[in-house]
Design a protein around this ligand. Sequence first.
Ligand code: PLP
Length: 226
Amino acid sequence: MNFNMFKGIKEKINQIKSELPENVTLVAVSKTKPVADIQEAYDAGQRVFGENKIQEMVEKYDVLPKDIQWHMIGHLQRNKVKYMAHFVDLIHGVDSFKTLKEIDKQAKKHNRIINCLLQAHIAEEETKFGLSFSEIKEILASDELSELKNVNIIGLMGMATFTDNETQLKNEFLALKNLFDEIRNNDSNLTVLSMGMSGDYQIAIDCGSTMVRIGSSIFGSRNYIV
Ligand SMILES: *Cc1c(COP(=O)(O)O)cnc(C)c1O
Protein backbone atom coordinates (compact mmCIF):
# COMPACT_ATOMS: atom_id res chain seq x y z
CA MET A 1 0.00 0.00 0.00
CA ASN A 2 1.25 3.48 -0.86
CA PHE A 3 0.83 5.53 2.30
CA ASN A 4 1.95 8.67 0.54
CA MET A 5 -1.47 8.89 -1.06
CA PHE A 6 -3.01 9.50 2.35
CA LYS A 7 -0.77 12.47 3.05
CA GLY A 8 -2.26 15.92 2.61
CA ILE A 9 -0.99 18.60 0.27
CA LYS A 10 0.59 20.44 3.17
CA GLU A 11 2.63 17.45 4.30
CA LYS A 12 3.80 16.74 0.76
CA ILE A 13 4.87 20.35 0.21
CA ASN A 14 6.72 20.45 3.49
CA GLN A 15 8.46 17.16 2.72
CA ILE A 16 9.59 18.26 -0.75
CA LYS A 17 10.72 21.65 0.54
CA SER A 18 12.80 20.03 3.24
CA GLU A 19 14.63 18.06 0.54
CA LEU A 20 15.37 21.00 -1.75
CA PRO A 21 18.68 22.86 -1.54
CA GLU A 22 18.32 26.49 -0.48
CA ASN A 23 19.01 27.90 -3.95
CA VAL A 24 16.28 25.83 -5.65
CA THR A 25 12.81 27.39 -6.10
CA LEU A 26 9.75 25.15 -5.94
CA VAL A 27 7.04 25.83 -8.51
CA ALA A 28 3.89 23.96 -7.42
CA VAL A 29 2.23 22.87 -10.66
CA SER A 30 -1.50 23.15 -10.07
CA LYS A 31 -2.85 22.62 -13.60
CA THR A 32 -6.25 20.85 -13.66
CA LYS A 33 -6.44 21.09 -9.85
CA PRO A 34 -9.21 22.97 -8.04
CA VAL A 35 -8.78 26.31 -6.29
CA ALA A 36 -9.26 24.60 -2.90
CA ASP A 37 -6.10 22.55 -3.47
CA ILE A 38 -4.11 25.67 -4.32
CA GLN A 39 -5.47 27.41 -1.24
CA GLU A 40 -4.32 24.47 0.88
CA ALA A 41 -0.81 24.74 -0.58
CA TYR A 42 -0.93 28.52 -0.06
CA ASP A 43 -1.89 28.02 3.59
CA ALA A 44 1.16 25.78 3.91
CA GLY A 45 3.29 28.74 2.82
CA GLN A 46 3.66 28.03 -0.90
CA ARG A 47 3.57 31.18 -3.05
CA VAL A 48 4.81 30.10 -6.50
CA PHE A 49 2.37 28.19 -8.69
CA GLY A 50 2.63 26.94 -12.26
CA GLU A 51 -0.13 26.49 -14.82
CA ASN A 52 0.03 25.41 -18.45
CA LYS A 53 -3.15 26.99 -19.83
CA ILE A 54 -3.52 30.76 -19.84
CA GLN A 55 -7.28 30.78 -19.39
CA GLU A 56 -7.17 28.42 -16.42
CA MET A 57 -4.41 30.49 -14.81
CA VAL A 58 -6.43 33.71 -15.24
CA GLU A 59 -9.52 32.15 -13.63
CA LYS A 60 -7.44 31.02 -10.63
CA TYR A 61 -5.60 34.35 -10.38
CA ASP A 62 -8.93 36.16 -10.16
CA VAL A 63 -10.14 34.30 -7.06
CA LEU A 64 -6.93 33.51 -5.16
CA PRO A 65 -4.70 35.72 -2.93
CA LYS A 66 -2.86 38.37 -4.90
CA ASP A 67 0.58 37.66 -3.47
CA ILE A 68 0.77 34.40 -5.43
CA GLN A 69 3.46 34.40 -8.12
CA TRP A 70 1.97 32.79 -11.22
CA HIS A 71 4.28 30.99 -13.63
CA MET A 72 3.14 30.03 -17.12
CA ILE A 73 4.91 26.74 -17.86
CA GLY A 74 3.00 25.52 -20.90
CA HIS A 75 3.29 26.07 -24.61
CA LEU A 76 2.13 29.60 -25.41
CA GLN A 77 -0.60 30.59 -27.78
CA ARG A 78 0.45 34.04 -28.88
CA ASN A 79 -3.10 35.39 -29.17
CA LYS A 80 -3.70 34.64 -25.47
CA VAL A 81 -0.63 36.34 -24.00
CA LYS A 82 -2.69 39.52 -23.53
CA TYR A 83 -4.92 37.84 -20.94
CA MET A 84 -2.08 37.25 -18.47
CA ALA A 85 0.19 40.21 -19.21
CA HIS A 86 -1.07 42.20 -16.21
CA PHE A 87 -0.03 39.64 -13.60
CA VAL A 88 2.15 36.76 -14.84
CA ASP A 89 5.40 36.57 -12.85
CA LEU A 90 7.51 34.30 -15.08
CA ILE A 91 6.90 32.69 -18.48
CA HIS A 92 8.89 29.44 -18.82
CA GLY A 93 7.95 28.24 -22.27
CA VAL A 94 9.15 30.91 -24.70
CA ASP A 95 10.22 29.12 -27.86
CA SER A 96 10.24 31.75 -30.59
CA PHE A 97 11.27 35.34 -31.16
CA LYS A 98 7.74 36.09 -32.38
CA THR A 99 6.36 35.08 -28.99
CA LEU A 100 8.90 37.29 -27.21
CA LYS A 101 7.76 40.21 -29.34
CA GLU A 102 4.13 39.60 -28.43
CA ILE A 103 4.98 39.36 -24.71
CA ASP A 104 6.92 42.63 -25.01
CA LYS A 105 3.99 44.34 -26.72
CA GLN A 106 1.47 43.21 -24.11
CA ALA A 107 3.81 43.97 -21.18
CA LYS A 108 4.24 47.50 -22.49
CA LYS A 109 0.48 48.11 -22.32
CA HIS A 110 0.61 47.42 -18.60
CA ASN A 111 3.85 49.25 -18.02
CA ARG A 112 5.51 46.04 -16.89
CA ILE A 113 8.69 44.14 -17.61
CA ILE A 114 7.87 40.44 -17.85
CA ASN A 115 10.48 37.87 -16.91
CA CYS A 116 10.90 35.01 -19.39
CA LEU A 117 12.84 31.78 -19.82
CA LEU A 118 13.80 30.41 -23.22
CA GLN A 119 12.69 26.81 -23.58
CA ALA A 120 15.37 24.52 -24.95
CA HIS A 121 14.65 21.26 -26.73
CA ILE A 122 16.58 18.62 -24.80
CA ALA A 123 14.34 15.52 -25.05
CA GLU A 124 14.65 12.95 -27.77
CA GLU A 125 10.90 13.05 -28.43
CA GLU A 126 9.95 15.13 -31.45
CA THR A 127 6.79 16.32 -29.76
CA LYS A 128 8.35 18.42 -27.01
CA PHE A 129 8.54 22.08 -27.83
CA GLY A 130 11.66 24.12 -27.59
CA LEU A 131 14.50 25.91 -29.32
CA SER A 132 17.76 24.35 -30.43
CA PHE A 133 20.87 25.49 -28.56
CA SER A 134 22.03 27.51 -31.57
CA GLU A 135 18.64 29.24 -31.86
CA ILE A 136 18.88 30.22 -28.19
CA LYS A 137 22.32 31.74 -28.68
CA GLU A 138 21.11 33.54 -31.78
CA ILE A 139 18.15 35.11 -29.96
CA LEU A 140 20.26 36.19 -27.00
CA ALA A 141 22.84 37.82 -29.26
CA SER A 142 20.39 39.53 -31.59
CA ASP A 143 20.01 43.29 -31.92
CA GLU A 144 16.24 42.85 -32.12
CA LEU A 145 16.22 41.49 -28.58
CA SER A 146 17.79 44.64 -27.19
CA GLU A 147 14.87 46.57 -28.68
CA LEU A 148 12.37 44.63 -26.58
CA LYS A 149 12.45 46.77 -23.46
CA ASN A 150 9.54 45.06 -21.70
CA VAL A 151 10.82 41.50 -21.62
CA ASN A 152 13.66 40.28 -19.47
CA ILE A 153 15.18 36.89 -20.24
CA ILE A 154 16.40 35.56 -16.91
CA GLY A 155 17.18 31.94 -17.77
CA LEU A 156 16.49 28.69 -19.56
CA MET A 157 13.94 25.91 -19.22
CA GLY A 158 13.92 22.33 -20.44
CA MET A 159 11.91 19.13 -20.24
CA ALA A 160 13.74 15.81 -20.38
CA THR A 161 12.55 12.72 -22.18
CA PHE A 162 9.81 10.77 -20.40
CA THR A 163 11.94 7.82 -19.32
CA ASP A 164 13.30 6.20 -16.19
CA ASN A 165 16.71 5.78 -17.79
CA GLU A 166 18.75 7.85 -15.34
CA THR A 167 21.79 8.08 -17.59
CA GLN A 168 19.73 9.57 -20.38
CA LEU A 169 18.01 12.04 -18.03
CA LYS A 170 21.37 13.09 -16.65
CA ASN A 171 22.82 13.60 -20.12
CA GLU A 172 19.90 15.76 -21.20
CA PHE A 173 19.96 17.90 -18.06
CA LEU A 174 23.75 18.28 -18.17
CA ALA A 175 23.62 19.39 -21.79
CA LEU A 176 21.29 22.22 -20.79
CA LYS A 177 23.37 23.08 -17.74
CA ASN A 178 26.47 23.35 -19.97
CA LEU A 179 24.68 25.71 -22.33
CA PHE A 180 23.47 27.75 -19.34
CA ASP A 181 27.02 28.07 -17.99
CA GLU A 182 28.42 28.92 -21.41
CA ILE A 183 25.91 31.73 -21.94
CA ARG A 184 26.35 33.00 -18.40
CA ASN A 185 30.03 33.59 -19.07
CA ASN A 186 29.09 36.77 -20.91
CA ASP A 187 25.48 37.36 -19.81
CA SER A 188 25.10 37.58 -16.06
CA ASN A 189 21.38 38.30 -16.49
CA LEU A 190 20.78 34.55 -16.68
CA THR A 191 20.17 33.22 -13.19
CA VAL A 192 17.36 30.67 -13.53
CA LEU A 193 17.67 27.11 -14.82
CA SER A 194 14.20 25.54 -14.75
CA MET A 195 14.41 21.77 -15.03
CA GLY A 196 12.95 18.83 -13.14
CA MET A 197 9.43 17.52 -12.54
CA SER A 198 7.94 14.97 -10.09
CA GLY A 199 9.68 12.02 -11.71
CA ASP A 200 13.13 13.49 -12.26
CA TYR A 201 13.68 16.54 -10.05
CA GLN A 202 16.33 14.95 -7.83
CA ILE A 203 18.44 14.20 -10.90
CA ALA A 204 17.79 17.68 -12.28
CA ILE A 205 19.00 19.26 -9.04
CA ASP A 206 22.15 17.14 -9.10
CA CYS A 207 22.70 18.52 -12.61
CA GLY A 208 22.40 22.16 -11.53
CA SER A 209 18.69 23.02 -11.65
CA THR A 210 17.67 26.16 -9.73
CA MET A 211 13.91 25.77 -10.23
CA VAL A 212 11.81 22.60 -10.16
CA ARG A 213 8.23 22.31 -11.45
CA ILE A 214 6.42 19.73 -9.37
CA GLY A 215 2.76 18.78 -9.80
CA SER A 216 1.65 15.23 -9.12
CA SER A 217 4.00 14.66 -6.17
CA ILE A 218 2.20 17.52 -4.40
CA PHE A 219 -1.38 17.43 -5.66
CA GLY A 220 -1.72 13.78 -6.70
CA SER A 221 -2.13 12.44 -10.21
CA ARG A 222 -4.18 14.44 -12.70
CA ASN A 223 -7.48 13.27 -14.07
CA TYR A 224 -7.75 14.67 -17.58
CA ILE A 225 -11.24 13.24 -18.09
CA VAL A 226 -12.81 15.80 -15.73
C1 PLP B 1 2.72 19.30 -15.90
C2 PLP B 1 4.06 19.88 -15.99
C3 PLP B 1 4.98 19.73 -14.93
C4 PLP B 1 4.70 18.94 -13.66
O1 PLP B 1 4.58 17.57 -13.93
P1 PLP B 1 4.53 16.48 -12.74
O2 PLP B 1 5.08 15.27 -13.38
O3 PLP B 1 3.11 16.35 -12.36
O4 PLP B 1 5.36 16.98 -11.64
C5 PLP B 1 6.22 20.34 -15.07
N1 PLP B 1 6.54 21.06 -16.16
C6 PLP B 1 5.68 21.22 -17.18
C7 PLP B 1 6.11 22.04 -18.35
C8 PLP B 1 4.42 20.64 -17.14
O5 PLP B 1 3.58 20.82 -18.16
